[in-house]
Design a protein around this ligand. Structure first.
Ligand code: 4NP
Length: 189
């Protein structure tokens, strides 16, 4: 099972750019984007000043241009996140240079993303400047390999489970980014 690049260290200059990715970009990755964004903006999190771009996309194009699934929007609304809007899109080659982190929801997403990244690296003849691929669940504090199970074909409970994970993973990811910032600042002294 792939869990992404083990070396997460990266110098943050001009803000970190983060892309959340699932399969369809209508259930999990928009939820991840909305929860992470909410945590940054509504809680006035200090990392806010160092995250410059957040977006989400899917490895598949089944729902291109569709809004998020109603059940994702319901869960978000229930937790006070009302302003989120998104139009589904597929991951593209440019994402690997436009983002610092590409965050997959499950191991299949991570494997697909690693394959795409490899193709981009081959074309560029270099891996320099390409996004790091990580499994979101590695920031959850339980298991390095915790996945967000696709709730699309299940009942609404799957969306509640996913929401709890998004909150926990977002908090851990922000902690990680803050740690990087502290490291960078101490190196600059
Ligand atoms: P997501 O869920 O990857 O969390 O957006 C899915 C939504 C739609 C499909 C698969 C997964 N689909 O096959 O249509």
């Amino acid at each position: 099972m792939a869990t992404g690049d083990d070396n997460l260290d990266r110098t943050i200059t001009g803000g970190t750019r983060i892309l959340f990715v699932c399969l369809g970009n209508i259930c999990r990755s928009p939820m991840a984007e909305a929860v992470f964004q909410h945590k940054l903006l509504e809680e006035n999190h200090p990392s806010n000043f160092h995250v410059s771009r957040i977006d989400s996309a899917g490895t598949g194009a089944y729902h291109e241009k569709s809004p998020p699934d109603q059940r994702t929007m319901q869960v978000l609304r229930r937790h006070g996140i009302r302003s989120y809007m998104h139009s589904a899109r597929k991951v593209k080659s440019a994402d690997f240079t436009r983002f610092d982190y590409i965050v997959g929801m499950d191991s299949e997403n991570v494997e697909d993303l690693q394959e795409l990244r490899q193709k981009v690296a081959q074309r560029k003849k270099s891996e320099e400047g390409l996004a790091k691929i990580v499994l979101f669940g590695r920031f959850g504090g339980l298991s390095e390999q915790e996945e967000v199970v696709d709730p699309y074909y299940g009942d609404n409970n799957g969306f509640d489970v996913a929401f709890e994970q998004m909150k926990r993973f977002s908090a851990g990811f922000l902690e990680h980014l803050e740690g990087e910032l502290v490291k960078q600042e101490s190196q600059e002294k």
